[in-house]
Design a protein around this ligand. Structure first.
Ligand code: 5RP
Length: 224
């Protein structure tokens, strides 16, 4: 199976998992990226079965609207059962690195509101230790050099992601060469640096379920 077919398989598995629990009042939280796009396309085939969605990025909002799915502002939504999103890496405890698509802050906010975070990913994303994928950090532009110096003190090698502004008007530093053995601690250490909006570690709020696309089918991992 190609990587694209694996993404489609996990997207369909996520739809199959949530569909029986949706009704005409349900609003679904939707992430960002190529796997999330597969999920949007699969979900759109059932658009009569739920009310609408909350989007974690402008790109996702546009794709949802393109399918005729109503998109709600998160502030107007009081109840969000599910958030479905991809990841750049996951460990076996469902701690994640996200933000390859620069949408990490809004993704983290929607994930915080949802009761159940279902992560969908192809098998290449499951790793023994997080950190081979450079950790994205969203930073207020004027704090870029200050934050970069602090990240070096934490043992990383930050690289400015040229030409990218987030949906919130901020920049991204990608931090290379971190061996993330204590993701919860590192998440909070980086978030404590003045000028950081948030970082792409999803450990304080990791995924509840990981649907992993493998050559032998979709594996389901649950957080202990
Ligand atoms: C975007 C993300 C994505 O979930 C992550 O980059 C995975 O993307 P893809 O499904 O394209 O591999 O965090 O900010």
């Amino acid at each position: 199976m190609t990587q694209d077919q694996l993404k489609q398989a996990v997207a369909q598995a996520a739809v199959d998992l949530i569909l029986p629990k949706l009704d005409d009042k349900s609003i679904v939280g939707v992430g960002t990226g190529s796997t999330a796009n597969c999920f949007i396309d699969a979900l759109a085939r059932h658009k009569g079965a739920f009310d609408g969605a909350v989007a974690s990025s402008e790109a996702t909002a546009a794709r949802l609207k393109g399918h005729g799915i109503p998109v709600y502002e998160l502030n107007t939504v009081s109840d969000l059962e599910f958030y479905i999103d991809g990841a750049d890496e996951s460990d076996a405890h469902l701690n994640l690195i996200k933000g390859g698509g620069a949408a990490l802050t809004r993704e983290k906010i929607v994930a915080a509101v949802a009761r159940t975070f279902i992560c969908i990913a192809d098998a290449s994303k499951l790793v023994p230790v997080l950190g081979a994928f450079p950790l994205p950090v969203e930073v207020i532009p004027m704090a870029r050099s200050h934050v970069a110096r602090q990240l070096v003190k934490l043992g990383g090698d930050p690289v400015y992601r040229e030409g990218v502004l987030t949906d919130n008007g901020n920049i991204i530093l990608d931090v290379y060469n971190l061996q993330i053995t204590h993701p919860m601690e590192l998440e909070s250490q980086i978030n404590a640096i003045v000028g950081v909006v948030t970082n792409g570690l999803f450990a304080a709020r990791g995924a509840d379920v990981l649907l992993l696309g493998t050559a032998d089918g979709v594996r389901t991992l649950r957080a202990e």
